[in-house]
Design a protein. Structure first.
Length: 681
């Protein structure tokens, strides 16, 4: 916008009207000033000045537009508006419902921001050269309003200018008449044609993207009927924000999105009011979310006070205590697999052609806007790869980038580094593990789109139990499944969750499940029988509350939407009610001789040099060890080899088995070691 712009011309013309009043008031003050040429005027009070103050009663100047300057200003603005020009001061007045007096007050307060000469005028009229902004008393005087007018003083306490954030009062320790008036920089910039976002809102609000997804017609109908506040309740993979953007565009309004999670804990209400001012300045609608159970009612009330369309977004039920009037509620369904695949393809463009998008992205439960961001991240990751080609792994990296960090604080995250080839398991066990991966990959299709688990508030999750002795490969299998699905593995440390105080364990577990709901990952509850154990007969209060804890877990695991793996060494200790809710129970037996020999081979790897005397068949047949113990013994042998000549020998391996036996508390039996017994001893 240039100085020749009709909007600025109108603003400066209105300022000219105020300047005429200021000039007249200066002349009047100088005529009654005993020391008009005193260079220290305004820094002290002389005896003559005190006498004049005592002898002169308070008076209010009556202003009239004898020159017709104000009328000329408005007529010029009328012509510009009819020609299609935007007159921002008028738009501001209409948007905030300002009276003529409010408008004059606003122009007076921003005068020094438009012309530095007014700083000196105000210093003179305030009789204090250090106070270069208009005071409340001076503003009232320039508007011809007596200081004793309660209604007009109220403009500076609870009036529209102050409550809407268009005018700030400084010097709070001073009496109201002597407080300085200041127009916030954002409002001044807006009047001058700058629509840059208020720096105070950086990181809090954004311009949401317009994404082609979902049915916005119910929300459009509500907004067109004049419903100002709406709560859009979204399903796990749906998006109230996307629907809100499309609905606001349909009624001809832009949108600003406020991330409620980013509001400052102490300044949230003030920041919310700044957001409301911003949407009013722009004439936009506001989208605010996510609204969670612990939402601050004062923040929501401040946002609800906006006269602009306000659309709250969240997944929980609206609490009637949050706002004075209840909003209209619209339910948004989840996105389907086909819809998400379409968004992936549209966002990735031609580069995605060689990739089976549905298979690559099936395990990830993302909202439409997350899909678009994830696709952008995937393209970025591909651009920094060696050949620059987009792969399914890049899609997975983009999807995982949407994970929040909350679960990282509650569980130990493992980035999988093993695959199916690293597992040495009986075929039935391996086949059952592949079924877990298949269920996790296609659960949205089967349980969501096809609705094959209806009623009862059941989730779209997959829950499997891994049962077997320690070291039989349960944790490694969980890591392999996570790797197959392109997900991170989160190991839940139950020792940090179980609490001796009643109800605390449930709270801790709920935090885990809530965090997992927003994370595309695999939960592993190791030693699950600690919390998923059998309910007991109630003999005392402890039994009663232990059973309450189990009952909570029963219903919570049933409505879980993710992939949860439970591991236990004692399958018999798991409550039957839990097993009924499990999708799969997979037994991990101790490996037989053939599998043990293969495990020795895998654990030794290919990097270490092997002596010719190594007898893997003997190791597998003679020593009945679990896979974990074999891995531990192989590592011990590696240390023995490193300390020697860098070549692992049978002697090293047998000595490592001896160490493992001692660690496990097992007897060293000569018949087990056979011809290597001397080395063992």
């Amino acid at each position: 916008m240039t100085v020749d712009d009709p909007s600025i011309t109108h603003l400066l013309a209105r300022l000219g009207v105020i300047e005429d009043r200021i000039r007249a008031l200066v002349v009047a003050r100088r005529a009654d000033d005993p020391h008009p040429d005193d260079p220290f005027r305004g820094l002290y009070l002389s005896e003559e000045m005190v006498d004049r103050l005592l002898d002169t009663p308070g008076a209010t100047t009556r202003w009239s537009d004898a020159s017709g300057r104000l009328d000329d200003c408005e007529r010029t603005a009328d012509r510009a508006a009819r020609a299609g020009a935007r007159i921002r001061l008028r738009d501001l007045s209409a948007m905030f419902d300002l009276s003529d007096v409010d408008l004059d007050m606003l122009v007076i307060a921003l005068a020094a921001d438009l012309d530095p000469r007014f700083e000196r005028f105000f210093g003179y009229l305030n009789d204090d050269v250090s106070r270069r902004r208009p005071s409340v008393a001076l503003a009232l005087d320039l508007c011809g309003i007596p200081l004793a007018s309660a209604h007009d003083r109220g403009r500076f306490v609870h009036g529209t200018l102050v409550s809407s954030g268009l005018l700030n009062l400084e010097d709070r320790d001073r009496p109201l008449p002597s407080r300085a008036l200041r127009v916030p920089d954002r409002v001044v910039s807006h009047l001058l044609g700058d629509d840059s976002l208020d720096p105070a809102l950086d990181g809090l609000v954004s311009h949401p993207a317009d994404i082609e997804w979902g049915d916005a017609s119910p929300l459009v109908a509500a907004l067109r009927r004049g419903i100002r506040c709406v709560y859009v309740r979204e399903a796990a993979t749906g998006s109230g924000a996307v629907i809100a953007v499309r609905a606001l565009a349909e009624i001809g309004r832009g949108a600003l999105h406020l991330d409620l999670n980013r509001l400052d804990a102490d300044r949230g209400v003030d920041e919310a009011r700044l957001v409301v001012r911003e949407v009013r300045l722009r004439g936009h609608g506001l989208i605010a979310g996510p609204v969670a159970r612990d939402a601050d009612p004062e923040v929501l009330a401040a946002l609800d006070a906006s006269p602009m369309p306000t659309i709250f977004v969240g997944a929980d039920t609206w609490d009637p205590g949050w706002t004075r009037d209840l909003p209209a509620v619209i339910e948004i369904p989840p996105s389907t697999v086909d819809e998400r695949v379409r968004l992936w393809r549209e966002s990735l463009g031609d580069t995605v052609e060689p990739i089976d998008v549905e298979t690559a992205t099936g395990p990830y439960r993302l909202r439409p806007e997350q899909v678009v961001r994830a696709a952008r991240t995937a393209r970025t990751q591909a651009s920094v790869s060696a050949d620059g080609h987009l792969t399914a792994a890049h899609l997975g990296a983009g999807a995982r980038a949407e994970n929040g960090s909350t679960l990282d604080r509650l569980a130990r995250r493992i980035a999988p580094t093993v695959g199916w080839d690293d597992l040495v398991l009986p075929e039935p066990t391996a086949e059952a593990l592949r079924e877990v991966a298949v269920r996790a990959r296609f659960r949205e299709r089967v349980l969501g789109d096809w609705g094959m688990r209806p009623g009862g508030g059941r989730g779209h999750g997959v829950v499997a139990l891994f049962a077997g002795d320690s070291g039989t490969g349960k944790t490694m299998s969980a890591e392999v499944i996570a790797s197959e699905l392109g997900l991170d593995l989160y190991v839940i440390d139950l020792s940090t969750l179980v609490d001796k105080y009643i109800g605390e364990t449930e709270k801790n577990l709920e935090r885990v499940f809530q965090a997992a709901a927003g994370t595309n990952g695999v939960l592993l509850f190791d030693e699950a029988d600690a919390v998923f154990g059998k309910r007991s007969e109630v003999r005392d209060a402890h039994d009663r509350y232990a059973n309450v804890e189990s009952a909570y877990l029963l219903q919570r695991i049933e409505r879980f939407d993710g992939l949860a793996l439970l591991s236990t060494n004692l399958r018999a200790n798991i409550d039957e009610a839990f097993t009924r809710r499990l999708d799969l129970i997979i037994d991990f037996p101790m490996p037989d001789a053939g599998l043990r020999a293969e495990l020795w081979d895998r654990c030794l790897g290919v990097a270490i040099a092997r002596a010719d005397d190594i007898d893997l068949d003997f190791l597998g047949t003679a020593f009945e060890l679990s896979g974990g113990s074999i891995r531990s013994a192989a590592v011990t042998a590696g240390y023995f080899a490193a300390a020697a000549d860098g070549i692992v020998t049978m002697r090293h391996l047998v000595a490592a088995v001896e160490r493992e036996y001692r660690k496990l508390g097992r007897l060293l039996v000569e018949s087990e070691f056979g011809r290597y017994w001397v080395g063992a001893s």
